[in-house]
Design a protein around this ligand. Structure first.
Ligand SMILES: NC(=O)c1ccc[n+]([C@@H]2O[C@H](COP(=O)([O-])OP(=O)(O)OC[C@H]3O[C@@H](n4cnc5c(N)ncnc54)[C@H](O)[C@@H]3O)[C@@H](O)[C@H]2O)c1
Length: 185
């Protein structure tokens, strides 16, 4: 259902989560350079190099915080055509035996539950609008297996699995994406 799709990138209204740093920062810059309206979101504690620009505080592990920031982005930009969720952490690089349950659960909460919470806040709005694109940045760590990343590995296929499910229950798209272009879905 793409009837409400913006016809050019310059008409697109995008929310980039985890936009203060790394892939999120680069994604926001690239979208802005294409003429899109972009709101960045990140943790309240985030440092924004070069200033925050249009930015919102959001913690993807907190449903109320995500819902409030998504509402503010919609209000600011007059709608929401695309969301790129780059929020995530690598976590400790250590064997499973040296990884605490607390660390495991913390990483799962950000990398897996966070993707669920973002989708829950975004997809109904996109369905109502008749168009939307949601991308969760993931990792090849969950696909190819990487030593000493016991918490991050299982979180990644989890977010792919349920991202794949989302389009079936909604007319919008949710796509897992990996930083390696070779591994892009
Ligand atoms: N950079 C890589 O080479 C690479 C490789 C594989 C996977 N990844 C994954 O891609 C994602 C982005 O990586 P990156 O290199 O840009 O990392 P990064 O640390 O530079 O940026 C991540 C951003 O997410 C934010 N963030 C963390 N927890 C958050 C939360 N609870 N709520 C909202 N924002 C939160 C951080 O403040 C930060 O600004 C991560 O999930 C990472 O594991 C990155």
């Amino acid at each position: 259902m793409d009837s409400q799709a913006p016809s050019t990138m310059a008409e697109s209204r995008c929310l980039v989560i985890g936009a203060a740093s790394g892939i999120g920062r680069a994604t926001a810059a690239r979208l802005r350079a294409s003429g899109a309206a972009v709101t960045g979101a990140d943790l309240p504690s985030a440092t924004w190099p070069g200033g925050p620009g249009a930015s919102l505080a959001m913690d993807v592990t907190d449903p109320a915080s995500v819902a409030a920031a998504v509402s503010a982005a919609v209000l600011d930009m007059g709608g929401l055509d695309a969301v790129v969720n780059c929020a995530g952490i690598l976590g400790p690089v250590a064997p499973a035996a040296a990884t605490s349950v607390e660390d495991f659960e913390r990483i799962m909460k950000i990398n897996l539950t966070g993707a669920f919470i973002v989708s829950q806040a975004v997809l109904p709005r996109m369905a109502e609008a008749g168009y939307g694109r949601l991308v969760h940045i993931s990792s090849t760590a969950g696909k190819e297996g990487v030593v000493n990343m016991p918490p991050t590995q299982p979180a990644r296929p989890g977010s792919w699995a349920w991202s794949s499910h989302s389009p079936r229950s909604s007319p919008c798209s949710a796509s897992p994406s990996m930083p390696s272009p070779r591994a892009m879905w």
